[in-house]
Each structure stands twice: as structure tokens, then as C-alpha cells.
Design a protein around this ligand. Structure first.
Ligand code: ADP
Length: 290
């Protein structure tokens, strides 16, 4: 099964060009859609999830057209939106059971089996009788995945799922997604570079509605190898360096900025060549458009 996004554009009524000629091909496995807030990720996710239409372009899941065959697509689709609300006074088991009814799993025996299996899969079986209002962020997100998997989807879309999770919960969530991606197309939208680095076999970087880079994370890192240099500078020098070099990232270490620059030739000037990271790849693209 393959998802093909071809030349997709969307301009909102207020004139914001949320998507501009976006084209991507996504196969089974984990696909990372990485971009800063406002890049257009949710717009793209909602369009693929049949919740809104683009102005131009086409999205195909094999031979189904997302815009024209919404009902058929929904049968194959699982979606965990960015804002996923739960009924706080219901237990995980009861709500999941209700949602299963809404998704058309009407045979009660079958439904019980599916609900039980999903509670196990998402590691929520032991807390199935607890009210969702008392769940931690990570538990809620795992519940979100459980509901998204009710119809055994071929395409799972998760929008910014790890925001607010602590490292342990995040890892647990990663493991769950990796397992699902073994036989499902999983699209993970995120602004967190580590999410993609840890998980995704393929990725795209989106900024201001445009795909600015796509490929395999390791390959994209390889392409920038030997071009990223680092230097610790004084705070007052930052503007100067920004004028002189292609500064892709600056962060504080013990109060002093460390800058990363890209250069085809060694800049000398006290810079050291460093191992390229996916973060460097990301910032080299994001800052290109600034
Ligand atoms: P992301 O998910 O990457 O943060 P979004 O797709 O939510 O990006 O938003 C892309 C751009 O479109 C932003 O500038 C956002 O403010 C704008 N936008 C999103 N939804 C709407 C809407 N319903 N009406 C108008 N502008 C919107």
C-alpha cells in the first residue's frame, strides 16, 4: 500500500498559504513529517485524514482518492489528532468500547476481543478500569493510539504526539509506534527532531507550507557530512558571526553561545568540524528560508 501526495496546495480564507505544491510518496513504515509550528503539518495531516479538502492537487492511497472516496479511506485510516480529548469520568475500557461501537464494530464478542487486545497492546490493560481523567499525558496518548487502531488501519496518522511527554513515556510511545509501523503506513508529524531521528526510516522537512527536503534521515545526514562546523563565541559576537557565516543554529552552553555553521571549505577562525546530526540537517533547511 502506498500514499501518494501530488502537488497539494491550500490557502486559508485569511490568505495564509498553508500548503504549497506539496508532493510526497509514503510507503509502509514510519514516515516523519518535521517542521516548525505553523509549517503546515496539521493542515496536511487533516487533508490526508479526509477532514478538510485542499484547493489543488491530489492524495491517493493506492487507487483511492482521498478527496472523492472519503468513506472508503476512513475505513482504512486511524488518526490521532493534536488535540485529543477524552471523557475524564469514563474508564479506558468503557470509552474504548463505545468508540468501537461508533466505528461500526457491532458484534459484542468481536468488540470485546478487539478492545482487550488493544488495551494490552498499548499497555493499558492493568489500568483499564481507571477513569481517563486520572491518566498521565503518556497514558492518554497511548489511549489515543488504541482508539486510532480500532479499525485495524492500513494508514495511521499521528499529529505531534510526543509534545509534553516525559522521556520515559516518550520512549514507550516510540516503541508502540515502531511496532505498528511494521505493517502499517505511519505518518508522524512533529517539531521534535529526536522523534524522527529515533523512529523514522523516511522523512520530509516542511516549512512555510513547502517541502524543503525529503529522504532517509541517515542519507540526509551523510549529504551534509564534512560541512558543519562549531565554535563557542561571546554573546556580543553573535550578530557579527551571523553576518559572516551561514549560522544554522545557536544554543547556549554554560551561558555562552555555541554556533553551528555550514561551509563547503574549512572556515578556520577557531571553528572545529563536527559530526553532522539530524538537527543540523533540519536547521540548515529551516534557516535557509529565513
Ligand atoms: P503546523 O501543524 O505545522 O503547526 P498548521 O497546518 O496548523 O501548521 O498551520 C499552517 C498555517 O496555517 C499557520 O500559519 C496557521 O496559522 C494557519 N492556519 C491553520 N489553520 C487555519 C485556519 N483554519 N484558518 C486560517 N489559518 C489557519
Amino acid at each position: 500500500m502506498k500514499l501518494i501526495i501530488n502537488d497539494l496546495s491550500k490557502t486559508y480564507d485569511n490568505g495564509v498559504k498553508a500548503l504549497q505544491n506539496v508532493s510526497l510518496e509514503i510507503s509502509k513504515g514510519m514516515f516523519g513529517l518535521l517542521g516548525p509550528n505553523g509549517a503546515g503539518k496539521s493542515t496536511l495531516m487533516r487533508t490526508i485524514a479526509t477532514l478538510q479538502d485542499a484547493d489543488k492537487g491530489i492524495v491517493m492511497l493506492d487507487d483511492l482518492n482521498v478527496q472523492n472516496d472519503k468513506q472508503s479511506i476512513r475505513k482504512l485510516l486511524g488518526y490521532l489528532p493534536q488535540q485529543f480529548g477524552v471523557y475524564p469520568k469514563m474508564s479506558a475500557e468503557i470509552l474504548l468500547n463505545h468508540l468501537a461501537v461508533l466505528k461500526g464494530i457491532t458484534s459484542s464478542g468481536n468488540r470485546q476481543e478487539i478492545v482487550k487486545a488493544l488495551l494490552h497492546k498499548t499497555n493499558l490493560y492493568d489500568v483499564r478500569k481507571q477513569n481517563l481523567g486520572g491518566f498521565s499525558g503518556g497514558m492518554k496518548q497511548r489511549f489515543g493510539i488504541a482508539q486510532a487502531l480500532l479499525n485495524n488501519p492500513k494508514l495511521l496518522i499521528v499529529d505531534e504526539p510526543t509534545a509534553g511527554l516525559d522521556p520515559k513515556e516518550r520512549n514507550r510511545f516510540y516503541n508502540l509506534l515502531s511496532e505498528i509501523a511494521e505493517n502499517t503506513i505511519v505518518i508522524l508529524s512533529t517539531h521534535i527532531v529526536d522523534d524522527v531521528k529515533e523512529l523514522c526510516s523516511n522523512m520530509a522537512i516542511i516549512n512555510r507550507g513547502q517541502v524543503v527536503l525529503k529522504g532517509k534521515p541517515l542519507q540526509l545526514i551523510e549529504e551534509l557530512k564534512g560541512k558543519v562546523y562549531q565554535k563557542t563565541i561571546k554573546r556580543t559576537e553573535l550578530d557579527l558571526y551571523k553576518k559572516k557565516y551561514n549560522v544554522i543554529n545557536d544554543k547556549l552552553f554554560l551561558g555562552e553561545p555555541i554556533i553551528h555553521i555550514t561551509s563547503d571549505v574549512p572556515p578556520n577562525d577557531g571553528f572545529t568540524l563536527i559530526d553532522t546530526s539530524l538537527e543540523d540537517v533540519y536547521f540548515s533547511q529551516i534557516n535557509n528560508l529565513n
